[in-house]
Design a protein around this ligand. Sequence first.
Ligand code: ZN
Length: 286
Amino acid sequence: MPQSKEGNAITTIHPIQTGSVRIKAAQRRIEGSGGLGKILLSRTWTDWLPIYAWVIEHAQGLIIVDTGETARTSESGYFPRWQPYFRLAVRMNVSLEQEIGPQLRKLGFKPEGVWKVILTHLHTDHAGGIHHFPYSEFLLSANEYRNAQGMAGMLQGYLPHRWPDWFAPKSIPFEPRAFGPFEESYSVTEAGDVVIVPTPGHTSNHVSVIVKIDGISYFLAGDTSYSEELLLDRQPDGVSPSPEVAVQTIDRILRYSEAEPTIYLPSHDPLSEERLKHLRTLTPAD
Ligand SMILES: [Zn+2]
């Protein structure tokens, strides 16, 4: 995995695949005007897609981006039965050993020693491993946290009743400091090499994390698109509350990658891990 050895600072990014998910094709790529109805009625499933979380081994401490999914999703009643999305439009395949905690231990890290956990958004396959990090500081968009609460959140497919009681994320203090085409940003580290940027689209307050190592930007993209191909095709997904906003974010990422060598790493792209391993940067089409 990529490593920087400038001075004493060594930054490494490890992918952690917390099982797999299948969704409807109409969710992966918008069909017509999109929307939940179309997804529920669609009969076409995607292949099993990976559910990635990321570990950033940084001189200042261990940073996790997203927490993946939990094996509890296979328990009957884990998802609210009245929510048709979980009954009709998503399948999870996660074992206990695939959860982020056991996988971190296998890599030689202690979940209790994690410095910060950044959540791109609160959908279950990104928030399913929160319980592994009771001692870490969580960073999350304040509005994403607000939108995911209570019955209104559950109607949108969030599972606020599954968050641990102690879960009290810190809201990301975005500063009006542009980072390339992104109008706001927040630097997590003193060196400014781990930066959070707003990437609204998939959810209204979705964020991404950019890690700079030796002149390369590793773009930990969450669900800004389900694959690099869909990013290059400028195709929003079928659940974005505003497809226009999703495309604006896609265009910002493409503009960023024109100025900076960028490895694009969305959470559900089967090719993300290979791109990371072989340092394959994004080449925007003309
Ligand atoms: Zn999502």
